[in-house]
Design a protein around this ligand. Structure first.
Ligand SMILES: [Mg+2]
Length: 386
């Protein structure tokens, strides 16, 4: 067989920092966002193939903002990758980690653009490069952030009517208030809908979390996410032993080392993997591998990425058999952001359940709309770092 030689080198990385308002404030136990920053990257190569990526920084998770991501990419990460073959992802991840500690969203944006290039150069969708297409459709998830209970009930009923049969509900306030909310949601949507509760560390201490989860268990939760502070793995292990509902870790697990430690401490039943915490697809695959060998399923989460970053998450979910849960939805639907600068994701209704199709075009299979980027561009930052 003749080997097709693909000779590609990275020549430039461009950044486009934008800020898009939410239709409704995005409120969780630890933060409130009125708008969401996104940093799009365009990785150029000498072959004419260009890859796109997205950072969706969440300061309450990684300490990153629009300014830090933009600056780190241009001041530290771009120069260590110029001249590199974008197929050398392992090396790219090492070079970026050597160039600067932390800053996972900035690294994820560049790294998903490298996978986009590899896919475009080989003519394959990213999922086929990282494991294959285990599934070609993924059920969408609805739910509600912290808001007035009446509004939350209206929202979840609307979601279920649209075909969303999995709901993720933000909790982490007073245990009795949280349990009452879950009770009202269960009564409103019936038993055929899966309900997940995310406390975002809000119950703080194990005793309070155990109380809250026990109050909610009769309403049948599929899982409870991050009940207490991220660093208290012993406390999380205690909660896990005290309740029947599976406990998923999000804020506690960013890297593969965090995953190893959480598993050693027996602190989780499920691990929520997010590209903006792991620093990209390659490290997400590592976390999944560590979890799988320990018998722990994984969950594909997100920080509210638009279609570019969300497509990267969809490809991971599509590829991995051990990833059995996820948080996949069309960006900008209902309470989301005003406009999505990414295009290419498509929905399909299967037996009354709304699904997203896994993109089958080469690379991430989505495109960036420059007109929308232009509309929400932070010109001041763009001028400094272009
Ligand atoms: Mg979470």
């Amino acid at each position: 067989m003749t080997r097709v030689s693909i000779d590609v080198k990275i020549t430039e990385i461009r950044v486009y920092p934008v800020e898009i308002p939410y239709k409704k404030p995005f409120k969780i136990a630890t933060a409130t966002y009125l708008s969401q920053p996104f940093i799009y990257v365009e990785v150029k190569t000498d072959s004419g193939i260009t890859g796109f990526g997205e950072a969706c920084p969440a300061y309450e998770f990684t300490g990153e903002t629009m300014g830090t991501v933009t600056a780190i990419i241009k001041e530290r990460l771009e120069k260590c990758l110029i001249g590199l073959d974008p197929f050398n992802i392992d090396e790219a991840v090492r070079l970026m980690d050597r160039a600067t500690v932390g800053n996972p969203s900035a690294k994820a944006a560049i790294e998903m653009a490298l996978y986009d290039i590899v896919g475009k150069a080989t003519g394959e969708p990213v999922c086929k490069i990282i494991g294959g297409m285990t599934r070609n459709v993924i059920p969408e998830v609805g739910g509600a952030v912290i808001a007035d209970v009446r509004e939350v009930l209206e929202k979840v009923k609307r979601d279920v009517d649209r075909g969303l049969k999995i709901l993720k509900i933000k909790v982490g306030e007073d245990p009795y208030k949280d349990a009452e909310k879950i009770k009202l949601i269960r009564e409103a949507v019936g038993w055929g809908v899966k309900i997940r509760a995310d406390a975002n560390q809000g119950w703080i201490k194990p005793k309070r979390a155990i109380k809250a989860i026990r109050l909610m268990e009769k309403y049948e939760l599929e899982l409870v996410e991050q009940p207490i502070v991220w660093w208290d793995l012993d406390g999380l292990s205690e909660i896990r032993r005290a309740v029947d509902t599976p406990i998923m870790l999000d804020e506690s697990v960013h890297s593969s080392r965090d995953a190893l430690r959480a598993i050693e401490k027996r602190a989780c039943d499920i691990i929520n993997i997010k590209l903006m915490k792991s620093g990209g697809i390659y490290n997400a695959l590592r976390i999944n591998a560590i979890a799988e060998v320990a018998g722990i399923p994984t969950y594909m989460g997100g920080m509210g990425e638009t279609s570019i970053g969300h497509a990267a998450a969809i490809h991971i979910f599509a590829a991995l058999g051990n990833m059995v849960f996820g948080d996949i939805r069309i960006p900008g639907a209902d309470w989301g952001i005003l406009e999505d600068p990414g295009v290419g994701l498509e929905e399909t209704m299967i037996n009354g359940v709304l699904h997203i199709k896994v993109p089958e075009k080469p690379g991430l299979g989505v495109e960036l709309r420059k007109d929308i980027v232009e509309k929400y561009l932070n010109r001041q930052l763009f001028e400094v770092y272009k």
